[in-house]
Design a protein around this ligand. Structure first.
Ligand code: MG
Length: 248
């Protein structure tokens, strides 16, 4: 039997050679497609971890103070956590951006519906992504936690219970206006609540309001965002923004 072994090895060698040759010939007849676009190299960003911001983020609250906001003096800061005591507005203005924040509605449940753990992120000061205690708390669907207030309910209810820390990761595209004030392109919101997609590139219909239908009113390319005070001591931590709009 041993005398057949060399022949077997030759056959194996021939087989490997055939595969390699076929591959080369294939590459010759079917060359790789390339777009030809000369992309700039993506900037290196340290992503941080669950409790720190990415290296290119503007950190607005890291547990020390609310100096980055107008109105921050009305809030209480305890153990690195900010407790809602009045509307606050960012001093820095943003257009297209990625916004991260963490919140916890009061552990002691008081009130119901819109009166329970209500706050909100007002993108550009006028487009509200609702914050509410929506854990086993009935209200109108386009007003529950994660809704674009009175425009669109969240895709799912990903709420944690009262007092538990929750996160919002918001990707916002600012609207653009023509010189005559008409909308050139609307605003869009994508949002994750506790890592779960709740708004998927939703096209905003205009500003959000309790007492009037949505309507666009022209404003600047960059505007401050605010956090609502609705009478409930909602807690916040880790607020940061990544500016997605090139500075002029
Ligand atoms: Mg609200």
């Amino acid at each position: 039997m041993r005398r057949y072994f060399p022949a077997g090895r030759s056959a194996l060698f021939a087989f490997v050679l055939l595969i390699v040759t076929a591959g080369s010939v294939g590459a010759w007849f079917y060359p790789e497609w390339k777009s030809g676009i000369e992309w700039p190299e993506p900037v290196v960003v340290n992503p941080g971890d669950a409790s720190t911001a990415p290296s290119d983020a503007v950190v607005l609250f890291d547990g020390t103070n609310l100096d980055a906001f107008n109105g921050g003096e009305k809030w209480t800061i305890e153990d690195g956590v900010a407790i809602d005591g009045g509307n606050i507005t960012s001093k820095e203005k943003f257009g297209d951006c990625q916004l991260h924040l963490e919140f916890a509605t009061p552990a002691e449940v008081k009130g119901s519906g819109q009166g329970r753990g209500n706050s909100g992120v007002y993108l550009m000061g006028r487009y509200e992504l609702q914050i509410l205690d929506s854990y086993e708390n009935e209200t109108y669907f386009d007003g529950q936690c994660g809704s674009i207030y009175k425009q669109h309910p969240p895709l799912v209810n990903a709420s944690r219970g009262p007092g538990e820390w929750q996160s919002y990761d918001i990707i916002f595209t600012a609207p653009k206006f023509n010189e005559d004030g008409t909308v050139a392109s609307p605003a869009y919101v994508t949002a994750l609540h506790n890592g779960v997609l709740i708004q998927n590139h939703f096209e905003l219909l205009g500003q959000t309001a309790w007492d009037s239908p949505p309507e666009y009113k022209p404003h600047a390319d960059r505007e401050a965002f605010s956090i609502q005070f609705h009478g409930n001591p909602v807690r916040f931590r880790n607020i940061w923004v990544r500016d997605l709009m090139p500075q002029e």
